[in-house]
Design a protein around this ligand. Structure first.
Ligand code: AMP
Ligand code: TRP
Length: 349
């Protein structure tokens, strides 16, 4: 399931867990990540990125953003966008983001992001944007809607990170190319106007690419191959039972190849006994159906408290809105300071 081995997290900078209720004191580098308001988070989001958001909030000054401006490049229904933004916020809180330990906000609530994106656009050659893999994919996926936002998407992403001078960015592997462009953009800015922004480094989990239930493509809502960890237990069970396993294992008595079986690989994250489970498959002691059933049970059990919290937040949207508003307010002075510094350097004041 994973593509190569990557350190789970950067070395801890050493703040012990903070007492609940305390805002994290800025400890070394700042962490930032953005996530699309794609609705309720799925297993790929959690294993690939959100787990690191949660870990890093205990150690660093962490800022997390639901990127609704980015989403406008593909989502054009206002009600859908609003609902998905709130669903993603509730998902993140349910999965462990703690508003006392990190700042969670919605991108459009800090409009300075688009202003900084414009300024960074003026140091970004179009050719860098045209070669971005995600842009090429989107051109194919939505050929009738190749809007300018799709092309400039990485510039806005660079602005998100640069706004807070963040240097650590927890993301899944699919964001590596975007992070590389972010670094190139701030390097170009620093070169032209003087050292201003750090070059941010991606931080991957042990599962930087989680495959979907088809066992082939990256788990993604747009493909429809997700495991909806905050959904009804019956839904999770149905999705897990539909997973494609080792396609060369035809008969129950055939030995399996756990190294290519997505179900076996996912067991790594839901129990200490995954080596035993893999051995069971390899020796045909267990069948794929048993292994899937066990995985479904474990995923359901593991996420039950998060699901309960998610439902509670869904029933109390005012609470979610309050947290998001407080997050954007908290960042206002930082954003103002950054815009003043950049404008000064660029000759705008
Ligand atoms: P997105 O919904 O594309 O904004 O993704 C949110 C975060 O989850 C990003 O950091 C992605 O890289 C990560 N992510 C999304 N899908 C997967 C996946 N299938 N495997 C690993 N990480 C993922
Ligand atoms: N492009 C990211 C995605 O699709 C979302 C994103 C926007 C982001 N701004 C960011 C990720 C800044 C990390 C840092 O998942």
């Amino acid at each position: 399931m994973t593509t190569g081995s990557v350190p789970a997290v950067v070395p801890a900078a050493g703040l012990a867990a903070k007492a609940a209720g305390e805002r994290p004191a800025p400890a070394g580098p700042r962490t930032f990540s953005g996530i699309q308001p794609s609705g309720v988070a799925h297993l790929g989001n959690d294993l690939g990125a959100i787990r690191n958001y949660v870990r890093l909030q205990a150690e660093y000054d962490a800022i997390y953003c639901i990127v609704d401006y980015h989403a406008l490049t593909s989502t054009h229904d206002p009600d859908v966008l609003r609902a998905r933004t709130r669903d993603m916020a509730a998902s993140l809180l349910a999965l462990g983001l703690d508003p006392e330990r990190c700042t969670l906000f919605v991108q459009s609530h800090r409009p300075e992001h688009t202003e900084l994106a414009w300024l960074l656009a003026t140091v970004t050659p179009v050719s860098w944007l045209e070669r971005t893999p995600a842009y090429k994919d989107k051109r194919e996926q939505q050929p009738d809607d190749v809007n300018h936002g799709l092309l400039t998407y990485p510039v806005l992403q660079a602005a998100d990170i640069a706004m807070y001078k963040a240097s650590l960015v927890p993301v899944g592997r699919d964001q590596a190319a975007h992070l590389e462009i972010s670094r190139e953009i701030v390097r170009a800015f620093n070169h032209r106007y003087g050292e201003t922004f750090p070059e941010a480094q991606a931080v991957f989990t042990e599962a930087p690419t989680v495959l979907g239930t088809d066992g082939v493509r990256k788990m993604s809502k747009s493909i429809g191959n997700t495991i909806d960890i905050l959904g009804e237990p019956d839904l999770i069970r149905k999705q897990v039972m539909s997973m494609v396993t080792d396609t060369q294992r035809i008969l129950r008595t055939d030995p399996g190849r756990p190294e290519v079986c997505n179900v076996c690989q996912l067991h790594r994250f839901f129990g200490e006994d995954y080596l035993e489970i893999q051995d069971g498959e390899r020796t045909a002691r267990t069948g794929c159906v048993d292994t899937k059933r066990l995985l479904a049970d474990r995923i359901i059990r593991y996420y039950a408290p998060a699901r309960a919290q998610y439902l509670e937040l869904q029933a109390n949207p005012g609470r979610v809105d309050e947290i998001l508003a407080a997050g954007a307010d908290h960042l206002a002075p930082l954003a103002a300071e950054m815009m003043a510094e950049v404008k000064q350097k660029m000759g705008l004041r």
